[in-house]
Ligand binder design. Structure first.
Ligand code: ADP
Ligand code: MG
Length: 323
């Protein structure tokens, strides 16, 4: 019933940043090369994500808010499907359960676009509109119907920091996509499509950070690891200069963070974390990649072997650079 669906929706959309993340995943799935994120009131008042991806048909748009209408979990054997970032088929329906959502979309070859509005009572209206190719999703008044959730949200500055972190992580991992993040109309982040992860790190974290990076390239039969880690002299007391991706999806993982530190042996002072931007490519037919919808903390089968590979990749990168 209504209450249950709102609680379940809260599992997927815990905070404004989770909505932003789901919308980014959808835009990336749609093959966008430009993604613009607008935030007002730290995302509670309004989040708008606009992409120039392939858009949706009138029919698909009017189905998009039906729960599980698009779930791909039944065909998890299909490598290509699992590789795409969205696989639960409930992000938009979950958002619509806790916010007012407007979706505007048009495919390149369609004459008219489609606008779907879901109001606070869950009532949908579908109409034809003029629209550029691609999709815009606007989420307004998040948690208006679940005051308990709204109360629980951290300060507006913390919420904005979470959103910025997600967009930054995606910008690094997807150098072929240009990202813009606007807060209250002001540019917070603008990453051009450089087509190169290193250039994006320079752009986002600055040349001082980039100067201290060494590249990581490692592969065994379970996992392919690539990206950058820092020389020991660049370390932080927290893991704020670390971004990890599994099959293109931004994830958090204490296990990966620890496996990286192990690779430095005694090179790092106690309690310090190096910078690390690592992509793991894992064959989903072998490894079960399970991301908790709320926490983004990843659970992996074969975890021990994969973490050993991460440590080995780090050792190898450091020793190749005589560190
Ligand atoms: P999922 O991504 O898990 O399938 P969502 O609720 O996030 O579920 O999205 C539902 C469906 O709506 C997607 O499968 C996709 O077909 C379509 N869709 C959502 N966002 C976009 C977008 N930005 N561009 C094109 N299609 C989209
Ligand atoms: Mg999705």
């Amino acid at each position: 019933d209504d209450t249950i669906s709102k609680i379940a929706a809260g599992e997927v959309i815990e905070r404004p940043a989770s909505a932003v993340k789901e919308l980014l995943d959808n835009s990336i799935d749609a093959g966008a090369t430009e993604i613009k994120v607008e935030i007002e009131g730290s995302g509670v008042k309004r989040i708008a994500v606009r992409d120039n991806g392939h858009g949706m048909s009138h029919m698909d748009a009017s189905m998009a808010f039906k729960k599980h209408a698009t779930s791909k979990l039944t065909s998890i054997d299909d490598l290509e499907l699992v590789r795409t970032l969205g696989f639960r088929g409930e992000a938009l329906s979950s958002m619509a359960a806790v916010a007012k959502v407007i979706l505007i979309t048009r495919r390149g070859w369609d004459v008219a676009g489609t606008k779907v509005m879901v109001d606070s009572n869950g009532v949908e209206s579908v109409s034809e509109v003029g629209a550029p190719t691609g999709t815009t999703v606007e989420v307004a008044d998040l948690f208006h119907s679940t005051p308990a959730r709204r109360k629980y949200l951290k300060s507006s500055r913390t919420e904005l920091a979470h959103i910025t972190e997600f967009v930054t992580n995606y910008a690094i991992a997807h150098p072929d996509i240009s990202f813009t993040l606007l807060n209250e109309g002001k540019v917070v982040l603008r990453s051009p499509a450089t087509n190169n992860m290193f250039d994006n790190i320079v752009h986002i974290h600055g040349a001082e950070v980039a100067r201290l990076l060494v590249s990581v390239v490692w592969e065994n039969d379970l996992v392919k690891i690539s990206g950058y880690i820092s020389k020991p002299e660049l370390s932080r007391s927290g893991s704020d200069l670390q971004s990890f991706y599994i099959n293109g999806r931004s994830i958090t993982s204490k296990a990966i963070s620890n496996a990286i530190r192990l690779g430095y042996y005694t090179l790092l002072p106690k309690g310090r974390y190096p910078a690390a931007f690592l992509k793991l490519e894992i064959d989903p037919r072998i490894v079960d990649v399970n991301v908790h919808p709320r926490k983004t903390e990843v659970r992996l089968s074969h975890e021990k072997e994969i973490m050993e590979a991460v440590t080995a990749a780090v050792e190898n990168a450091l020793s190749s650079n005589h560190l």
